[in-house]
Structures are given as C-alpha cells and as structure tokens.
Design a protein around this ligand. Structure first.
Ligand code: NAP
Ligand code: GLV
Length: 313
C-alpha cells in the first residue's frame, strides 16, 4: 500500500515517521511537486490541485482537519481535480472536541463574569464592581451541532445557562434547545446573548455572520467565531460593535490568515484575537484515527467521517 503525505508544516518528518509506525506495511512518502508515482491513499492538509491530478488509483483522501472547505475549494475552482472515485474523509474529533470545549467555555464564562471588562479596569488601576449578569438571561446559541458544536453546547448547558443549538437537520441533545434549517434560524437567534459559530464553511454558510444575523441577537451580544473567517462579514461586525449591538467578539479564524497587520480587528479594543488555535490537529490522535480507517478500508469495512462533497461537509 502506498501513501502520499502533504502538509506545509515544519513537523512533516514527525508525521511521516509516525504514519509509517502506525501502518508498518505501508510505503509512506512525502509528496513533492512533480511526484506522479502511484498512490492508494493521500493524507493532506491544504494540498495543491497538482497532487490529485491523474490519480485514478487513489482510494481515499484523508483531510488533516475537520473542515474540508480548502480541499473542496480546489475542486470548485478546478472541477474534476479530486479523483471521482476516491473517498474524501475528514477528521472526527481526534482530540479537537475537548480543545473546542475548553476554548468556548473559557470565552463564555469570561463574558458572563465580565472578566474582559475587569481586565480593562485593572489596566486603568480602577477598583470598580460591575453589576453581575443573570445566568438565566445569558442564552448561548451554538451554530453547528456536529462533532464539535454538540460537545460545546452540552458542556455549556452543564453550567446552567440556557443553551440553543442550530443545525441543518434536527438534532436531539440533552439540555439543549435545538433548531434546524434556515426556517428556524431567526427563532434560534432571537434574544441569544452569546453566538458561537461551529458551522462548516460551505456556499450555504458563507457570510452567515452578518448584520441581519447580529440584529436578531440580544442587544450587547457577544460573538465567538471558531469555524472559518469566511463565515463573517468583517465590516458588519465592526458596524455592530460601533452601535453596541455586539459588545465584544472573540475571533479565532479570519478571511486571511495570518490576520494582516493593517486589519481593523487588531485595533478594536473589545475584539479578542487568537491565531486559529481553538482546536488544533493533534498528531498522535489523528494518525491513530486515519490508520484505523485505512486498515478498515483495506479489509473492505465501512468507515465514518466520509464527506458528502455535494453538501460541502
Ligand atoms: P460536523 O461534525 O460536520 O458538524 C457540522 C454541523 O453544522 C452539523 O450539525 C450540520 O448540520 C451543521 N450545518 C452544516 N451546514 C449547515 C447549514 N447550512 N445550516 C445549518 N447547519 C448546518 O463538523 P465539526 O467536526 O463539528 O466541525 C465544524 C467546523 O469547525 C469545521 O468545518 C471547521 O470549519 C471548524 N473547525 C475549526 C477549528 C479551529 O481551530 N478554529 C478546528 C476544527 C474545526 P447537520 O447536523 O444537520 O448535518
Ligand atoms: C481546523 O481548522 C480544522 O478544520 O480542523
């Protein structure tokens, strides 16, 4: 079995070694431009179109992340790039869910307890108590009830605040009031105090964090974007923060990454920026999951995590 690996990352050698250890019978190699030698499987992150060209033998492409927007974007721009018979498989949790839970919980509690405002007061040496927010009014809405969103919503519900979840199809999640489909989106948003985005980036969800969405939220709401920069209309957020409709935002993902130095988000005091780290791809857990799936495929067994290319996630 031949496996090609591509990730423009400093740790390529570690990935190659660990993949080879997990699949001792496989011949694992780093894909380089010009490499057209046969391959059964590809393990990739943000691979160029050239990697996929003329590879009718490829049985599956394993995406080294939960989101497949980058790989599907290559296919959208150059239809026919992805080998038509190869499965596209994304990472499912593989250590990302607990990271998302930690990040989202920290952020919601920081806003609930007004710790971001106390940070600002401390910088001015001001000893000042702020009125506390009532837990029962601090409604959190999680967009995306998939592997990551459902775990985040369930964990937050455990803190006692009202939690809502939004997905494409109806989901039943303990302690979470769920809404499904575009027809229920506005009801989901109405009165939400903290909006957390964990949707995949698809043509349907592009720009979904926009002025119309913000207007439905409770005044002085908080935005937490953990999915993709393409979900957010940047100017609409800046405008909503100027009017006070959005009080503060925590953003982990951006249209252009790294976020350009001259982007106004850097200069907006109540925007917290992190460099796409809310849930990182963990090598050990990811390789274990991928190796397990490759072995299942070679035995002719079904696997989970196959992307519906038409649906976009
Ligand atoms: P997932 O399991 O595929 O879940 C996606 C969820 O979104 C599902 O509940 C799905 O609805 C819902 N959805 C999709 N399209 C929708 C639409 N048009 N309207 C309403 N709901 C829609 O994905 P995941 O593993 O939780 O990951 C979610 C995203 O997080 C990834 O795509 C990626 O962009 C992002 N992510 C970011 C980081 C980071 O470090 N910042 C790390 C990992 C992932 P159904 O349940 O009905 O299918
Ligand atoms: C990271 O952003 C991922 O999609 O896994």
């Amino acid at each position: 079995m031949k496996i090609i690996f591509y990730e423009h990352h400093a740790e390529t050698l570690l990935w190659l070694n660990d993949l080879a250890r997990a699949l001792p019978e496989a011949d694992v190699r780093q894909w380089q431009p010009g490499d057209t030698a046969p391959a059964d499987y590809a393990v990739v992150w943000r691979a160029p179109a050239e990697l996929f060209a003329n590879r009718p033998d490829l049985k599956a492409v394993f995406n080294l992340g939960a989101g497949v927007d980058a790989i599907l974007d290559v296919e959208r721009k150059q239809p026919g790039t992805l080998p038509p018979n190869a499965l596209l498989v994304r990472l499912e949790d593989s250590g990302m869910a607990h990271q998302m839970v930690e990040y989202a919980t920290h952020t919601v509690l920081r806003y609930l307890r007004r710790l971001d405002e106390y940070d600002a007061l401390q910088r001015e040496h001001r000893w000042q108590k702020l009125p506390p927010y009532a837990l029962k009014d601090f409604t959190v809405g999680v967009m995306g009830m998939g592997v990551l969103g459902a775990r985040v919503a369930q964990t937050l519900a455990g803190f006692g605040m009202p939690v809502r979840g939004f997905s494409r199809t109806k989901r039943d999640i303990d302690g979470v009031q769920t809404f499904a489909g575009a027809g229920q989106f506005e009801t989901f948003l109405d009165g939400t105090r903290v909006l957390i985005n964990l949707l995949p980036h698809t043509p349907d969800t592009e720009g979904i964090l926009n002025q119309r969405t913000f207007e439905r939220l409770a005044p002085g709401a908080y935005l937490v974007n953990l999915a993709r920069g393409g979900h957010l209309v940047d100017d609409d957020l800046l405008h909503a923060m100027q009017t006070g409709q959005i009080a503060a935002a925590t953003l982990d993902v951006f249209h252009t990454e790294p976020l350009p130095d001259n982007h106004p988000f850097w200069r907006t005091p109540r925007i917290t920026i992190t460099p796409h780290i809310s849930a990182e791809t963990l090598r050990e857990e990811s390789i274990e999951q991928i190796a397990h799936k490759i072995m299942a495929l070679t035995r002719g067994e079904p696997i989970s995590g196959i992307v519906d290319v038409k649906r976009g996630y």
